[in-house]
Design a protein. Structure first.
Length: 686
């Protein structure tokens, strides 16, 4: 039995073009099937997509549970952490709430505040609200919270959850001593107590303030713009033993001591203006923007901006590293020296356990100090997927997942998702199989049907993943160096590669920080610069010049490259043979943004992020407009295929109803378009 297919004129021409390419020996395609379609640039090309605009969700999480148990609950931007011995209390900065975590059972509940809603109301006036709560401490009866954007100090009664404002004027910044609401703070961010007084790091005032709990009287203990003797530089964490304060002087990279009785300030550890991760005694040790501190006996525990936890023996000033890998971030649980954190903030000790608010990972981590190796585990929260880009071989989608530092494989027919490559939650540059291979923020991804090619952003490299085995190797660039040098394999240098596409013979890479398009010969790993340069930052078209500021995704039809330039709200066309650049669509400037359909420069975009093609048309994720735009290659005519520039959301359905929330990655299997939406979902458009 024979099947008769009817093709449009454009499709016939596309197939003839593909046949010509193949017969000429210039193999720009990686694979083609019996229907004449080809795999190019991570999209299935050869059949013009005819879309109805019907949108469905293939992969995506429902709203995560607000309360629950330990690792079943999403923790959102945890900052401050304290304990009364039975519970942990955590401020969720962006979520504007205070969470309670029972140590024995692991039960996580919202103690006060309204998730996602900022405000300044005390609970005596209804439901309490906060506006960016950060530092937190307790005397066992009350919690005391630095409500940063309200510029106030709030009190929460543990027994009842009743919230009141102890000091500061709501929403009014300043540097005024006084009583209660007459006092003024400017960005209070950390707090400690001796049971009688509170000690507040008043960040933007560069000062340490004292608040008498019983009366609300606020005085300045040390620092301030006029106190050259103290000279703090945007301090953060604070702890006290009742006689001395210990302060993380963040931008000075030091830990300071303040005598409460006299206000005299000295340096305990670190050296002003010198940063690093070396252990040592006193000023011989080095820190990188330390933030949180907690005092237990003669030990001061510090969260360091190098993604590590440090310990200071106060009697000697000796600094050692307890856990984390200096200047490597991730979410890996392991023994202390192998574990990874991402921007840890608050820290508290309960017995032989340290609990850390792992801000960048949205986790609460536990360090078991009773073991010789300081084992690190995740105590609460879970690592979420953060999808960036994707590609397809027709049967599966392959997604770069920054949240878990992996490459995820999604079966198109079922939506089933598995990890193809990378160690879940661990950053690194190791090649090998899934048991050892690591990425460091994978971004752009493409395929030739046999292998995946991944932009490994912070490793400044392009990695190759064998689809059949998951084996990872480094094709070009090196995690040890960054730059713009051309060369072969590890001799070549990249500076934060972001977008990538292929014609089957070469890869084309958006080297974001150098604002260039690099070409990699797949067979040899030889890297050359096709067009652009760090000096080319205007928006003028021309041969061998590429006007880039914040380049995004890239795709190809085998003859030209098509680039989404996010900051200039423009789609550029680049002739592969000559490097000549022309503006295909968009206004071509920082200020020419909008959502207008039209032809060429008459059309307006708002931060286009990524791009795919079926060989006839381009499809663009117009992130700022929450829409998917279509560009006819032959004419430059731009139309809106899905979404609504006036509204955002995750609604599936027909084109008239479907909504998107910040679409980014995009690809097509020749039948549907697949879109990364809100970094958490994979949506399809047919």
């Amino acid at each position: 039995m024979h099947t008769i297919r009817l093709f449009s004129f454009q499709t016939v021409m596309a197939l003839l073009l593909c046949s010509t390419i193949l017969l000429s020996g210039c193999s720009n395609s990686s694979s083609h099937d019996a229907n004449g379609t080809i795999q190019m640039g991570g999209s299935i090309q050869g059949n013009e997509l005819v879309l109805t605009g019907e949108t469905a969700t293939l992969v995506g999480e429902d709203a995560p549970p607000q309360d629950g148990y330990r690792t079943s609950v999403v923790i959102d931007t945890p900052f401050g952490i304290t304990s009364d011995g039975d519970n942990l209390y955590v401020t969720e900065m962006r979520n504007h709430i205070i969470r309670k975590i029972e140590l024995a059972s692991g039960a996580v509940t919202t103690l006060t505040g309204v998730a996602g809603e900022s405000g300044a109301e005390d609970s005596s006036e209804g439901i309490a609200r906060f506006n960016t709560p950060v530092g937190i401490t307790t005397d066992g009866i009350n919690l005391y919270v630095c409500d940063e954007r309200n510029n106030t100090i709030r009190q929460v009664v543990l027994a009842s959850g009743v919230v009141s404002t102890l000091a500061g004027g709501v929403g009014e910044d300043g540097f005024v001593d006084g009583t209660g609401s007459d006092a003024r703070f400017d960005g209070p961010n950390s707090i400690a107590t001796d049971g009688t007084n509170l000690y507040v790091v008043d960040n933007w005032n560069l000062a340490i303030r004292q608040v008498v709990i019983a009366t609300g009287v606020v005085t300045t203990l040390a620092g301030g713009a006029d106190d050259s003797a103290a000279d703090f530089n945007y301090p953060n964490g604070i702890a006290t033993d009742g006689e001395t304060l210990y302060v993380a002087d963040t931008q000075n990279n030091t830990i300071r001591q303040v005598e409460i009785a006299t206000g005299v300030v000295t340096t305990l550890a670190g050296s002003t203006g010198e940063q690093g991760s070396s252990d040592g005694i006193g000023t011989a040790a080095r820190f990188i923007r330390p933030s949180g501190v907690f005092l237990q006996g003669d030990h001061l525990y510090v969260t360091d901006g190098a993604h590590t936890l440090r310990k200071i023996l106060i009697s000697t000033g000796e600094v050692t590293t307890l856990a984390g890998v200096a200047e490597e971030f991730g979410a890996h649980d392991d023994i202390g020296s192998e574990a990874q954190f991402s921007g840890p903030k608050g820290i508290v000790a309960v017995g032989t356990s340290l609990y850390v608010s792992d801000f960048g990972n949205d986790l609460i981590r536990n360090v078991d100090m009773s073991t010789s190796d300081n084992s690190v585990t995740t105590f609460a929260g879970f690592l979420r997927h953060v999808f960036i880009d994707m590609t397809t071989d027709g049967a599966n989608l392959y997604v770069s997942d920054e949240g878990t530092q992996t490459i995820q494989k999604i079966e198109i027919a079922t939506g089933a998702m598995t990890t193809l490559a990378g160690r879940f939650g661990m950053t690194g540059a190791t090649d090998g199989d899934t048991s050892v291979a690591c990425f460091n923020y994978p971004t752009g991804i493409t395929t030739d049907g046999t292998n995946l090619y991944v932009c490994d952003f912070y490793n400044h490299a392009v990695r190759k993943v064998n689809i059949a085995s998951g084996e990872v190797s480094t094709l070009a660039g090196s995690a040890d160096t960054s730059g713009s040098a051309d060369g072969v394999g590890s001799a070549a240098e990249f500076r934060s590669p972001y977008g990538i596409t292929t014609d089957g013979t070469n890869l084309y890479v958006v080297d974001r920080e150098d604002r260039t398009i690099r070409q990699i010969e797949i067979a040899t790993g030889a890297v050359t610069t096709l067009t652009g340069g760090a000096e080319d930052s205007d928006s003028t078209d021309g041969a061998a010049s590429l006007p880039l500021l914040f380049p995004g995704g890239i795709t190809t039809d085998g003859t030209n490259l098509y680039l989404a330039e996010t900051s200039y709200h423009t789609i550029y066309q680049i002739d592969i043979a000559t490097g000549a650049v022309t503006t295909l669509a968009g206004g071509g400037s920082l200020f020419a943004r909008g959502s207008a359909d039209g032809t060429g420069s008459e059309a307006l975009f708002n931060g286009p992020r990524n791009i795919a093609t079926d060989g006839i048309n381009l499809y663009v994720t117009d992130r700022g407009n929450n829409t998917i735009r279509k560009i006819e290659l032959a004419t430059g005519v731009v139309t809106t295929s899905a979404g609504n520039a006036e509204s955002s959301g995750s609604t599936d359905g027909p084109s008239s109803a479907a909504l998107f929330e910040g679409p980014s990655g995009i690809t097509t299997d020749g039948k549907k378009i697949y879109v990364v939406d809100d970094f958490t979902k994979i949506r399809s458009i047919r």
